[in-house]
Design a protein around this ligand. Structure first.
Ligand code: C2G
Length: 457
């Protein structure tokens, strides 16, 4: 016979408040030993909780400090509750009655108890009271504007109501139709002079530098499609300017913020496949078939696409050295590039990007004990497989997400601003330099080649 009754409960406990405390106290009163599962960032984000302001570490600390809590664990994945019931021989699973019915399936393993929720208080309410609404203006009007607006709707404390574009007629048409954006500007200085505190830039790549520069100078936080600039000097200048102006500058590389992608990095860091020796990733897109104008493809496959594989390669292997390009070109720009880079410890990165060739967009990370396979499209990471010589040991990690994945990036951008942070752990300034190294180096070499040819003539 067991002589102590074990209770377990789970939650995010963001900005720990009276409602949480009352629930935990009542849960403890049901028995003798209280285990609290604190949901970790990636798991919370994968279940749609995008606006949590405190880190897992901070939330765990707050719960650990409560004297009626006996043990704190971290909840990282969907099936963990069933595993925990068995692992800790749990007698009662307790949770607030906002979840009535959702956890009935656990009755198979333990007794499920729904406790009355405290009315009138919530983390959402506290966040709204404690943080200002961020007003964001969009720079550029195009085929992806609506998708950004749709995804931003999932991020609380962010309001978008202005847009800049040089195309006055398109602007007028858009603002007339849009329920969200009411103000259109065709003068950038006037647009920056409004009450917006942040901008999102999605224009032609060669315009990024100028738009970012002006916005930073005006003290606005900037989220901009990658590459931020097309040469090393300009990228460094922008990062230094953001630092000087004490504002946030972030590359809009959505993969970097996806829950599954971050979970993957965590698993690799813990050594799940041993020492990593090779990272291989492909990203191709036949924009021509999607009716993109010729001027878009003329930016070159490397400029348009290489940030994605470079993100994977650099996040896992660190800085790229001795980069070799095997490019195939067309009228002065590349339509395919196989990029091989060397890294610390002799590891190799292999990135393939193309706008004129279609290939399988998957990724393989190879280590001394096993490998990770991310099926296409790997840059919209939802699922990854960890495989070993002994196939019985293989594991699947699954983190489905809704929409096109932009909401995680927008949530991180707005959360950093709210918390007064100027760097993202998911995509730091040095990560941004790292992921652009390949394309900046490629542009530099092309420039030199051109000059050489001119001289020869
Ligand atoms: N709670 C409450 N009264 C409130 C707010 C929250 O009783 N005013 C309870 C919730 O019902 C939950 C616990 O406090 O039992 C933690 O709440 P959250 O941090 O919002 O976490 P939640 O998203 O409910 O997580 O997988 C299940 C989740 O882990 C539960």
């Amino acid at each position: 016979m067991k002589n102590k009754k074990t209770i377990i409960t789970y939650g995010t406990y963001d900005m720990l408040h009276e409602g949480h405390m009352r629930l935990l106290e009542r849960a403890k009163a049901l028995g003798d030993y209280l285990i609290v599962g604190v949901t970790d960032e990636n798991y919370d984000r994968s279940r749609g909780k995008l606006n949590v302001v405190e880190s897992t570490k901070k939330r765990v600390k707050s719960i650990e400090a409560l004297d009626f809590v006996d043990k704190v664990i971290v909840e990282t994945h969907k099936n963990q509750k069933v595993e925990d019931m068995q692992k800790y021989d749990v007698d009662i699973f307790a949770i607030g009655d906002d979840w009535v019915g959702a956890f009935d399936y656990l009755n198979e393993y333990t007794h499920v108890e729904y406790l009355a929720r405290t009315e009138g208080i919530s983390s959402t309410k506290l966040r709204a009271e404690n943080f200002d609404m961020i007003k964001l203006g969009m720079v550029g009007l195009g085929r992806d504007t609506q998708a950004f607006l749709d995804e931003a709707a999932f991020v609380s404390n962010l309001k978008i109501n202005r847009i800049f574009s040089r195309d006055f007629l398109a602007l007028k048409k858009f603002t007339k139709k849009s329920d969200i954006i009411k103000y259109g500007h065709d003068n950038y200085d006037e647009f920056l002079d409004t009450n917006i505190s942040a901008v999102y830039i999605d224009t032609a790549l060669e315009e990024h530098y100028t738009f970012i520069h002006k916005a930073l100078k005006a003290g606005k936080h900037v989220l901009c499609e990658n590459p931020l600039a097309l040469n090393k000097r300009e990228l460094k200048e922008l990062l230094a300017l953001a630092k000087k102006e004490k504002v946030l500058l972030l590359s809009a590389l959505k993969t970097a913020f996806l829950p599954a992608f971050n979970q993957l990095l965590k698993e690799l860091d813990e050594g799940v496949i041993g020492e990593i020796k090779e990272v291989r990733a492909t990203r191709t897109s036949l924009y021509k078939e999607k009716d993109y104008p010729e001027s878009f493809m003329a930016q070159g496959a490397t400029n348009i696409l290489s940030s994605y594989p470079s993100l994977l390669v650099n996040k896992i292997l660190g800085k790229s050295k001795n980069i070799t390009f095997f490019d195939q070109g067309n009228e002065g720009y590349d339509v395919s590039n196989l990029i091989v880079s060397k890294h610390k410890g002799g590891a190799i990165g292999i990135s393939h990007v193309a706008t004129g060739i279609k290939s399988e967009g998957d990724a393989v990370i190879s280590g001394t004990k096993g490998y990770v396979y991310i099926p296409a499209p790997w840059w919209l990471t939802k699922k990854f497989y960890v495989r070993f010589e002994d196939e019985h040991k293989s594991q699947i990690f699954n983190y489905e997400f809704d929409g096109c994945g932009l909401r995680y990036m927008i949530a991180e951008f707005s959360s950093l601003i709210q918390r007064g942070k100027r760097k993202s752990k998911m995509l730091s300034p040095s990560d941004m330099v790292g992921i652009n190294r390949v394309l900046l180096e490629y542009n530099e070499r092309k420039e030199k080649e051109k000059e050489q040819k001119k001289k020869e003539k």
